[in-house]
Design a protein around this ligand. Sequence first.
Ligand code: ZN
Length: 487
Amino acid sequence: MFAAFPRFAVFRRLTQTAAFIVLTFGAAVCSLPFSAQAADQTPSSSQAKKNDADEPTSTEKAPPRRRVVLKAPLATLRKPADASPTPNAAPFSAPELNATAAPLDDARSDATDVVPTPPDAIDAASRTLFGREIADYRLQNGSGRYVFEEELGELLILESAWLETVEDAPEPELDALRSDLAERLRAEFGPGFETLSTERYLFVHNVSDAYVDWCARLFEKVADAFEKYAVKSKLPTTERVEPMVVVIFATQRQFFEYAARETPSPDKLAAYYNMRTNRVALYDLSGAESSRAVVADEDAEPERRRRAFQETKEFLSRPNAAFNVATIVHEASHQVAFNRGLFLRSGPLPFWAVEGLALTFETPNGRASQGGWNFTGSFPKNERQLVAFRRYASTTRQRDPLRSLVAAQNIGDARDDVEGFYAASWALFYYLYKRRPNELAAYLRETAAKPAFVAYPAADRIADFEKHFGDDWEKLTENLLRFVRRL
Ligand SMILES: [Zn+2]
């Protein structure tokens, strides 16, 4: 099953709608393994510090800000193979994903011209980049690489040989940074797109004011919830200075156009988070666009607003609303967890925990029937995942399902039951969150401390898990099943 979607780090099948919610590196997979080099080097800065698994919670400062001057514009430095037909492709290597890499051409759909192909998010002519140093793997002999997060969020691996200088840069003035980034996004997306800046986010969109406002409130609510949850659960977090970018398209078709550049099956997506670009992309699930076109006249602005507001309200009262809200919250929680340092975009990931957390977050609560989502200090059970897990637990042919889950590098290890794999990720995460929160926090602290791009083989995944939860998998399975029975 998963062979049809070869380049996804993880994905999940949704029974009802046949839509997919995805956490993806997009097309950013190259064939050059980075792991051997990384393993031999001591990372110089931000990666080296977080190593004490028993430290109490604290928020780390954001990685150091740098000004990088390249010897030539990035677009000309990237190898032809990396420049690729996919505009956003970077010379990127995630060893865990290489095994499932497919030719970039497979990612192209028969896209029409609804959304003109935007230029690279990073100005192709610019040689000067600002952002955060993620890891410095440059070698004395002039080889090696520099892992850098550009201030709009894209994760770049820069060859040492491309670099003219790397210098400290002062922390940005936030208002200026936001308006600068917003301008870049408007230039990238072109006419018809506007930006909305909120406390932690930058939305670029062509939807109604009502819909983007509603999304913005939801995203901020998820970020608030993450903050509270992290403090309460003593999880490691990192300060985030630059806004997180969210792209919202008016129509599903425009969304597919955009997603087709990054994923091979955009038509199966409802929303996704791309770990390389750091963006969540989605579309107006309320379907309000149709009437927007009817009332597009400038003079009709009040009418348009009234109608858009009305439609957002109607959207939330539809039977499927809770599901659509969960979809957005799921991706928003991926994004915030990565941006607050609980998981590292450049790091080896505990796949089950990445998905387990998002599936725990997405659970509708508040007035679920109206698509409400709130965090009131703890998460309710995820009914949909509970049903799927019960089915999985009684039908799986995996001999030692929990151990296999923890050892999994990505969704490719789900074999023929992707849905069951996701449900098990939720069940394990939810059980540990409820019953063994301190050990879970210590485990996550440990995985968050891995240096960028080191290999994380199955044996190490198991060892890290057993260090915190013991090696009696049978007992753990028993306890988990008992916990689930009582939910
Ligand atoms: Zn996910």
